[in-house]
Design a binder for this molecule. Structure first.
Ligand code: GLN
Length: 285
């Protein structure tokens, strides 16, 4: 079997079971098996696969047929131009979360040695991107999951920011409280925000991702309530909060923020045109 034949096999197998992007997925899986870039597959399409490569490739195509996300198969996901390591147990970084990172970077640009807190850090994609693109930022990233800590630190090391990304294991503000950490310029979070009743309707792929990273309680707002109620203690006067949220949640989150004394509310739309990120700052005085 050569590369062209392998891609055609993968594409057919994946489309037969209704996977959304069969050509792309076949290419990504094959490139992963061969340890090359996707583009390299087309440079020598006549290159033949070894028996071992064919076996591995077929097995991974079958995994994808059962809807294991491609990022879990390859162990990588591109985010904010960087390449993050991921594995089962952490949410796969989504393109829409790039708007959260952009807003955090905007709010700390010009601040000398900014201190950033990120709650529910998962793979560390947000924390590491912020530390990588703002060379004086220090990011304290927390998550309740041990796996999140492991993956966050791996990604921080990969991008040489391990001295400026600290992982804190624990539930939301608890580790910040325990360590007496205060005075953040920006607090960011992409907490679980899917209403519990909607978890079962998620696409089959998403069901491989950790429910603890998705389930936001009965109305999906549970974590926003706890994050927003706690945040004033941890921010500098005039500091900001930046949050990612889900469908139809903007109004209620804006109300929660106003009640805690936040102003200057700004709402950003994602690539699909949906309201996805909210930012606000704590009134001074
Ligand atoms: N955007 C994710 C999804 O729709 C949800 C992420 C989250 O709950 N924070 O699958």
């Amino acid at each position: 079997m050569n590369l062209t034949e392998a891609l055609s096999y993968g594409r057919k197998r994946l489309s037969a079971v209704g996977v959304d992007s069969p050509s792309l997925d076949a290419e990504v899986i094959l490139a992963h098996v061969l340890g090359v870039r996707r583009i390299d597959l087309f440079i020598h399409p006549e290159r033949r696969l070894s028996a071992e490569e064919i076996r591995t490739y077929r097995a991974l195509v079958e995994k994808r047929c059962s809807r294991v996300p491609v990022a879990y198969i390859t162990g990588h996901k591109e985010f904010f131009t960087l390449d993050f390591q991921v594995k089962e147990g952490v949410l796969i970084p989504r393109p829409e979360t790039e708007f959260l990172v952009e807003e955090v970077l905007l709010r700390i640009s010009g601040v000398a040695g900014p201190k950033v807190a990120e709650l529910c850090c998962g793979s560390g994609a947000v924390a590491v991107s912020v530390a990588f693109f703002n060379k004086s930022a220090v990011v304290y990233a927390s998550d309740i999951s041990e796996t999140a800590g492991e993956v966050t630190l791996m990604n921080a090391a990969k991008y040489g920011v391990e001295d400026r990304v600290r992982f804190l294991k624990g539930d939301l503000w608890e580790p910040f409280e325990a360590e007496g950490l205060r005075g953040f310029d920006v607090v960011a979070a992409n907490p679980p925000y899917i209403p519990s009743g909607e978890i079962e309707n998620l696409p089959r792929d998403v069901k491989y991702e950790p429910e603890v990273a998705l389930d936001g309680g009965p109305d999906g707002l549970e974590f926003f309530r706890r994050i927003i109620a706690g945040v004033p203690r941890f921010l500098k006067p005039g500091g900001s909060i930046v949050l990612e949220f889900g469908k139809d949640q903007a109004g209620q989150i804006a109300d929660l923020l106003r009640r805690e004394g936040f102003g200057g509310i700004k709402i950003l739309k994602d690539y699909a045109g949906f309201e996805r990120v909210i930012a606000a700052s704590l009134h001074v005085g």
